[in-house]
Structure formats: C-alpha cells, structure tokens
Design a protein around this ligand. Structure first.
Ligand SMILES: Cc1ncc(COP(=O)(O)O)c(C=O)c1O
Length: 396
C-alpha cells in the first residue's frame, strides 16, 4: 500500500481516537525505525515504552514464531505451560506472590482495583487514593483513577470510590485517607504526568502509613517496569515493596500482555468467578514475556542502563547549561524527562525532521526513553540531534 492509500483508509475506516503524526512506519530493528519512504529514524521513545528492548528484538521474534507454530491459544481453564513459566520468571525477579495475566496496563490496574475491593470487603472499605497527574489507563475505572480530570470529565457519571492526593506529599495523602480507604496507587515515576520522580523518603513514609492503617500499596510499574530504570522494577531503587504491582508495555517486548503481581496472603483472594480474561496469559504473549526477561538477563541490559545513564544525564545537563529553555533534566536510568520553559511540540517535530523520535508529555516535558540495550555511540548520535534541534528551535 502506498502512503496516500494508507491515510485514506484511516480517514474512511479507522475511528479517529489518536492524533496522528504524519508518518507511516513499516519496519523496525533495535533502536531504528523505517518509514514507508525508507527514511530511517533513531527511536528514543520506542512504542510509547512498549519496545523497551528496541524494535523486533531477536529472542522475542524467535520465541513468538516458534510458539505460533506449536500452540497459539488455549483457554485459561486448561493449564498452559508457558504461562506457568512466565509467572515463575516474574516472581523470581519481583517479590513473593502470584501473577494474574491480562493484555494491557489498564487491565492490570483494573485487576488491582478489583483485588483491593475484595480485600476491603470484610471491613466495608473500597476507596482508592491515586495521585494527581497520574495515568493509569482508559477503561472507565482506570480513567477515573487517573489523576487528570481532562481524561475522565467527558465520561461522567464516573465509578465511585476514588480520591486524589498530591504526588510526593505525605500530608496530602493522609488528608485524603478516611475510614473507607483500602488502597493507594502510585507510579514511582509518573510517566504521562511529566517524568516526576517519587522521593525515597516519600515512598518509605507511604509504606509505613499504609502498614499502620492496613491499606494496600499498589505500584503502577506499567511504564517504569522491566528494566527501564536500571532495575527490573522501580520499587527496587527505593527498598519499598508494594502489595500489588501492575505491568504491561515492555513486558511483552512489542507483544500485548499485562500482568498484576500480588503478594502472598493477598493474591489468593482472587478465586474462580472473581476475575478473568479470555486472552490473558495467552501462550504467544507469555512466550514473548519469557524471552524479554531472558534478553534482559543474557544481554545484561540492566547493567547497560546503569552504566550509561549517569553519563547520558550529564550530557543532557550540559545542554541545559547551554540552552536556557531547558528548565530541568530528571528521571532514573533511561526514563528521563527534559522540561522546557515552552511547549515542546515544535521541538519534538524538529527532532523528528532531523531523524530522532521523542515524545512531549504534559505540554512541556520531552520524554527520552531509549531502548535498554542502546550503545553509547547511538546515544551520542541522539544527543547530537537534540543539540542541533535545540539550536535550530531556540537560538536567535
Ligand atoms: C503508568 C501507566 N499505567 C497504565 C497505562 C495504561 O496502559 P495501557 O495503555 O496498556 O492500557 C499506561 C499507559 O501509558 C501507563 O503509562
């Protein structure tokens, strides 16, 4: 299909939920994407954090192709060998508990909401506190839990039982909690909200407070998880373990999968009839997730992020010293934000036309999330494009 036909079919047949950039990408490999005209782009925001291992990671491609020839789908009322192995691998790298599989981040958070409510049933508690500026998904419950009214306002009436505290502010959380509160959900680093990093002290205080009040602590690691910060999960930087953790995005290396991990003593509240997903834990998805974990281990991707992140942040801070339009560089590992003093859309467009793909969130924050295995040489190449684009956009 040529570019004009693709766009025409979109106009005619695809519901326009997404603001479209003017690109048709047809091929990807590692940190590179090719458009329909065979122009090559360096991708520092691969698949909105889904393609954390880069595009078409070799082990994932092999695992999915070989699984597809064996068994593509079997229902969850049977035992599924790769699902069992995938759960074991996830528990090995996270914490003692069990896994519920689904297909997306929103579904993982829905599962967390339902499990919290089951936990609260004995004491008639149901309310969940989320953070202002958070993002937890687009289903009716998760969009309500998302602490940004612009996403939920058009869909009123919204489900009951959600309240919003200031991020990184323990007093605000304490003020929100009442006798009906059963859980608190936090992204350790807010992604869509503008790469806002929770402080260590704050998460420790939240954990203590939740323990004191018998309130569940949920970490939404849909964006921060699977190596993005240089640990498998962001909570491992903080020494604060959640009761429930939700995952998706990089977990499947490009294949759709979501998961909720719940700690021992809590996970078994979900029994037959309480929750389900037809596709959840599908053999193809689980074979992809196992391959993602093996790739992270065998290619030493956590080490790569840790080795290069400090240097990369320093280079971005050097640019901040030269360009007053950069207000702040923040983040952990390869989950980085460059906050501008102006709206970032035009800068992102400039980078794109110079061959680098980035994202702007929260109007002014440029999200920089290169694939975990990227080389220093390619980070340098990306930095050169950022520098050139800053010069073109912001030098008089
Ligand atoms: C932190 C976080 N949670 C949940 C979601 C929703 O995930 P999905 O789009 O897979 O439903 C996202 C998506 O961007 C996210 O960043």
């Amino acid at each position: 299909m040529d570019e004009v036909t693709v766009k025409k079919y979109y106009d005619d047949y695809v519901i326009g939920c997404y603001r479209k950039e003017d690109f048709v990408f047809v091929k990807g490999r590692g940190p590179w994407l090719w458009d329909i005209n065979d122009k090559k782009y360096l991708d520092f925001f691969p698949g909105w954090a889904v393609s954390g291992l880069g595009h078409c990671p070799e082990r994932v491609v092999k695992a999915v192709s070989s699984q597809a020839r064996k068994l593509m789908h079997v229902a969850n009322n049977y035992y599924i060998d790769v699902q069992a192995l995938c759960a074991r691998r996830l528990i090995e790298i996270s914490f003692d508990g069990k896994v519920f599989f689904c297909n997306s981040g929103a579904e993982a958070n829905e599962a967390a909401i339902k499990l919290s409510r089951l936990y609260g049933a004995k004491t008639s508690r149901y309310k969940i506190i989320s953070m202002k500026n958070s993002f937890h998904g687009r289903t009716l419950a998760t969009v309500t839990m998302t602490g940004q009214e612009k996403y939920s306002a058009p869909f009123k009436p919204l489900p009951e039982g959600f309240a919003y505290a200031e991020f990184n502010n323990i007093s605000s959380l304490k003020d929100c909690v009442d006798e009906k509160t059963i859980a608190v959900i936090i992204e350790p680093i807010q992604g869509e909200g503008g790469i806002n990093v929770a402080s260590k002290e704050y998460l420790k205080q939240v954990r203590e407070f939740c323990d004191e009040k018998d309130i569940l602590l949920i970490f939404d690691e849909v964006q921060t998880g699977m190596g993005r910060t240089g640990n498998y999960f962001a909570f491992q930087h903080y020494g604060v373990q959640p009761d429930i953790m939700t995952l998706a995005k990089t977990l499947g290396g490009g294949f759709p999968i979501g998961a909720m991990v719940a700690r021992k003593g809590l996970c078994d509240l979900l029994v037959p009839g309480t929750h389900a997903s037809t596709f959840g834990g599908n053999p193809l998805a689980c074979s992809a997730a196992i391959a993602v974990i093996e790739t992270i281990q065998q290619e030493k991707l956590l080490e790569n992020v840790r080795n290069l992140s400090g240097w990369f942040i320093d280079q971005l801070k050097n640019l901040q010293g030269r360009f007053s339009v950069i207000k702040e560089i923040r983040g952990i590992g390869f989950m980085l934000g460059m906050e501008l003093a102006v709206n970032g859309a035009s800068f992102v467009n400039r980078c794109r036309s110079n061959g680098l793909l980035l994202n702007c969130t929260h109007d002014t924050v440029i999200r920089i999330m290169p694939p975990l295995g990227i080389s220093k040489t390619l980070l340098e190449k990306g930095l050169k494009i950022i520098e050139k684009s800053l010069e073109e956009e912001f030098s008089q």
